[in-house]
Design a binder for this molecule. Structure first.
Ligand SMILES: NC(=O)c1ccc[n+]([C@@H]2O[C@H](COP(=O)([O-])OP(=O)(O)OC[C@H]3O[C@@H](n4cnc5c(N)ncnc54)[C@H](OP(=O)(O)O)[C@@H]3O)[C@@H](O)[C@H]2O)c1
Length: 257
């Protein structure tokens, strides 16, 4: 499907996958609409998307953890466009790596609010703008963590498993509308993800990728484009993408120097 002049909404566009997606869709001549809490970052990403060739690049403050913020974002969006061709529900991440026995309420709540409830809130608010029978796409960011649990990640794995269920329910609910719904589920990718998980501890964050070659944000943006640019009658339900060095969630090959 031709993406030029299509309207693409990306949540969590201030860094990582979302920022790379803004530039990649921009380079295809799309209109990109960006949301996140760090508006200064969104401003730079929008400028880069414009330089890359975006038909337009606009941004607005968005906290997916707040229904009022999501509604304000949707109201602003309606003043910018009457249509959303692609919604990329990307905002989210992990907070902490504690076992359940020592887990913190604030971390659990942040993960549930952004990855789980945020996905629902944004989808509910924007669905009225998504056209029927026009190859529109709702693309949700899941994770390999939604497929297999690991220690210290009960809640992150739980919310990403929930993302798969929400994606599947939505696909059933929207069957007959022509709106495609899919999940993109990456393994280890080097973004700000680990820095956020470890609360700014950069040496702990960089250890996550020690001795191995992770995916890049650009790898994920390229995959998003592949998914949504299939013909309108083709829905890519679910993509699992891992670095070659990561055979399974627990098995990562690390080179020693
Ligand atoms: N990197 C990986 O290894 C990996 C693997 C599998 C899945 N994922 C998933 O991919 C998605 C993107 O992660 P990333 O790797 O690109 O990490 P990242 O660089 O930390 O980006 C996360 C983005 O989400 C936004 N965000 C977080 N909470 C938000 C909230 N309450 N409201 C609005 N925006 C919010 C952040 O923006 P602000 O802080 O400015 O609001 C940021 O733009 C996440 O859903 C993550 O769980 C990542």
């Amino acid at each position: 499907m031709q993406l030029r002049q299509k309207w693409i909404v990306i949540t969590g566009a201030s860094s990582g996958f979302g920022a790379a997606a803004a530039k990649a869709f921009g380079a295809l001549g799309c209109h990109v609409i960006l949301g996140a809490r760090r508006v200064d970052r969104l401003e730079s990403v929008a400028a880069e998307a414009t330089s890359a060739g975006a038909a337009s690049a606009q941004f607005h403050d968005l906290d997916v953890a707040s229904t009022a913020s999501v509604e304000a974002f949707a109201a602003w969006l309606k003043s910018v466009t009457t249509v959303v061709d692609v919604l990329i529900n990307n905002a989210g991440g992990a907070h902490g790596l504690d076992a359940v026995a020592t887990g913190k309420d604030a971390d659990w709540e942040a993960m549930v609010q952004s990855n789980f409830l945020g996905l629902l809130r944004v989808t509910r608010a924007l669905l009225p703008l998504i056209p029927k029978d026009a190859g529109a796409y709702i693309l949700n960011l899941g994770s390999v963590a939604g497929h297999a649990a690991y220690e210290g990640a009960a809640v992150y794995c739980g919310v990403k498993a929930a993302e798969r269920s929400i994606t599947q329910s939505l696909r059933l609910e929207l069957n007959g509308t022509g709106i495609r719904v899919g999940s993109l589920d990456p393994g280890l990718a080097e973004t700000e993800f680990a820095l956020v998980r470890f609360k700014g501890d950069s040496s702990r964050a960089s250890n996550v990728y020690a001795g191995m070659t992770p995916l890049s944000a650009e790898d994920i943006a390229e995959t998003m484009i592949w998914m949504v640019s299939r013909p309108a009658h083709v829905c890519i339900d679910e993509v699992i993408i891992k670095p070659t060095d990561q055979a399974a969630i627990h098995k990562v090959y690390r080179r020693t120097v």
